[in-house]
Design a protein around this ligand. Sequence first.
Ligand SMILES: Nc1ncnc2c1ncn2[C@@H]1O[C@H](COP(=O)(O)OP(=O)(O)OP(=O)(O)O)[C@@H](O)[C@H]1O
Ligand SMILES: [Mg+2]
Length: 235
Amino acid sequence: MNVVTLKHIGKTYHLDAVDVPALIDIDLEIRPNCFTVISGPSGSGKTTLLNLIGCIDQPDSGEVIVAGEAVQTLSDDALSDFRARHIGFIFQNFNLLPVLTVRENVEYPLLLARVPAAERKARVAALIEAVGLSDKAGNFPGELSGGQRQRVAIARALAPSPNLVLADEPTANLDSHTGAAIIALMREMQREHHVTFVFSSHDPKVLAEADDAVMIRDGRIENIERREQRGEEAT
Ligand SMILES: Nc1ncnc2c1ncn2[C@@H]1O[C@H](COP(=O)(O)OP(=O)(O)OP(=O)(O)O)[C@@H](O)[C@H]1O
Ligand SMILES: [Mg+2]
């Protein structure tokens, strides 16, 4: 089963008297346990598309199915709950909470998901170790480099054991060497945690690592390149 199915998605923003069509008739299926990269010029609709897949925003038309759930049929409460359990987010500017330590940032989604304390502690420690930050667990985000912050964001996104992790330009604020290390880490996490990753990116190194590459332009899918799956076999 696909992790995400989008059917005939349309989304138009309304700015004053002007309509800005951001997505036009998007049909897309995201395979499980894959790295899918959404690529396209600035303004082509990548962030809008990720926000719809992540149930942060709703389309004007069409259907969004995530993990078998027709998400538009859910109430607001049910939708927040669904999002907390199934979807992790990684952002270009990391979006960590500055007043929380590394450990607390990673723990935060588990508090929201009401995971019991002992399990929370164990999972947080394992994830912080997996992203190579055990020695920084008590530090604040402001005391970390950009690459380290993005490692925290990856650990946080994976904490609730989501089916799907969405990353909007996750390497855009990193130098190319750090960006490559972050991509390698995400790939490793994707294999280990059996998670589906969907990125938006202009970065050729991210594109090179993709199992599936989706090109969009002016709100339409221009091309989908399905490559041999390098992650692991779909189940
Ligand atoms: N909140 C908004 N209100 C009005 N128009 C918007 C809004 N967000 C995006 N748009 C418009 O929708 C279109 C798609 O924007 P989107 O942010 O999805 O592009 P993008 O591919 O992520 O671009 P970038 O690579 O610059 O991040 C653009 O024309 C943009 O100006
Ligand atoms: Mg964007």
